[in-house]
Design a protein around this ligand. Structure first.
Ligand SMILES: Nc1nc2c(ncn2[C@@H]2O[C@H](COP(=O)(O)OP(=O)(O)OP(=O)(O)O)[C@@H](O)[C@H]2O)c(=O)[nH]1
Ligand SMILES: [Mg+2]
Length: 175
């Protein structure tokens, strides 16, 4: 299995990556660019899983070189599962990217990261309800303390492609 860590810049992707992977990590240049990315390995229930720390991107409509690379990495890995890391204290913006990735047919698990920051700002998110609407696993996480990471990983296996039309129907027909 191949898993991509994707999300906006500065949402905690690399903290996740470092917690999930061991010493066997390689940093590379994306071919033809000066953009770096890191790749490593983890084990889930005995299975070797490749994990890629994809450069941050705000959307799948790239606006600079790093975003070009992020989108290219997604598109060249058709069989990938995607951990979409969202800053829970700025959830709408991150959800847009998650929906774009879902719309392209990738199995997605959403990490509502910076849960501690959101909590301190009195932002309360009903992760269970969000999960019901989206049809993909939604797990509150605080990457720096490790909270939620185990659950996130355990739910990767059950991640499946979802139709955006179903999400719209679940949301009550809002568009
Ligand atoms: N309070 C808090 N800080 C976090 C959390 N996760 C990450 N951080 C901090 O947020 C900052 C950004 O984390 P990174 O892992 O570098 O973010 P990134 O998504 O890899 O950023 P780019 O590689 O620039 O796209 C760091 O200072 C982290 O220590 C979290 O859950 N809570
Ligand atoms: Mg990073």
């Amino acid at each position: 299995m191949k898993v991509l860590l994707m999300g906006h810049p500065n949402v905690g992707k690399s903290v996740f990556f470092n917690r999930l992977t061991g010493a066997n990590v390689t940093e590379s240049n994306y071919p033809g660019t000066t953009v770096d990315y890191t790749k490593g390995w983890m084990k889930i229930e005995g299975e070797d899983v490749e994990l890629v720390d994809v450069p941050g991107t705000f959307s799948l409509d790239p606006k600079d070189k790093a975003e070009d690379v992020a989108v290219a990495m997604l598109h060249e890995t058709k069989d990938a599962k995607v951990i979409t890391v969202i800053d829970a204290s700025k959830i709408e913006r991150g959800l847009y990217l998650a929906l774009e990735i879902i719309e392209e047919g990738y199995p997605v698990v959403i990490a509502l990261n910076m849960w501690d920051v959101a909590w301190d700002k009195n932002i309360r998110i009903d992760a269970r309800n969000l999960e019901k609407i989206l049809g993909v696993p939604v797990v509150p996480t605080t990457a720096i303390s490790g909270e939620g990471i185990k659950e996130l990983v355990s739910r990767l296996k059950s991640a499946k492609p979802v139709e955006v039309d179903d999400i719209i129907a679940n949301a009550g027909g809002l568009t």
